[in-house]
Write a protein that binds this ligand. Sequence first.
Ligand SMILES: O=C(O)CCC(=O)C(=O)O
Ligand SMILES: [Fe+2]
Length: 200
Amino acid sequence: MDLFNPDIVQNILPYEGEVVYHGLVLNKEQCASYYQNLFNEIPWEHDQAIVFGKHYTTKRKVAWFGDEEYSYKYSGVVKQAHIWTKELLELKKIVEEISGATYNSCLLNLYHTGEEGMAWHSDGEKSLENNGTIGSLTLGATRKFSFKHKNTKDKVDIILEEGSLLLMKGTTQKNWLHRLPPTKKVHTPRINLTFRTIVL
Ligand SMILES: O=C(O)CCC(=O)C(=O)O
Ligand SMILES: [Fe+2]
């Protein structure tokens, strides 16, 4: 192994999963222009869930895009995908080239301030490709992101910078939870894009 080759990236999980932080894959100009475009053009909506018959609405906003107008029921609510925009297709291409995987959909999240986050979960729903790679791209504010092993409860934190790409691969979703912890230190929005392969 060539320790001096910056192309070699390390797995940040100690066992039973593979998470690779690629650092910056977009430059400052790209970050600024994609952020503006997505913030203004995406049809952002509050996420809805029905849990034990109770209806919840998130402060965070979401949007779902894909190759087709996929629809599927998740958390008791039917979600409907929009067809890729030009900018999302450009970002998908960049993420596909770096990750060596292909994706047919993308879930976008808009966190208006640090007080909005996402609770512990794994992305192992039935309609996601089994052990498929998830490519997670960050625009806007820098935030901490955490992993917790489902059995040992071991924790791993990572800082996700603007323009960075994080890949979650292999058995990660089966064995580890992840979350975006809320923080009082961040006052500006963050947009996150998770490129995925769904099987319907
Ligand atoms: O905002 C993030 O960095 C992650 C979002 C996430 O985990 C998800 O959409 O499933
Ligand atoms: Fe997730």
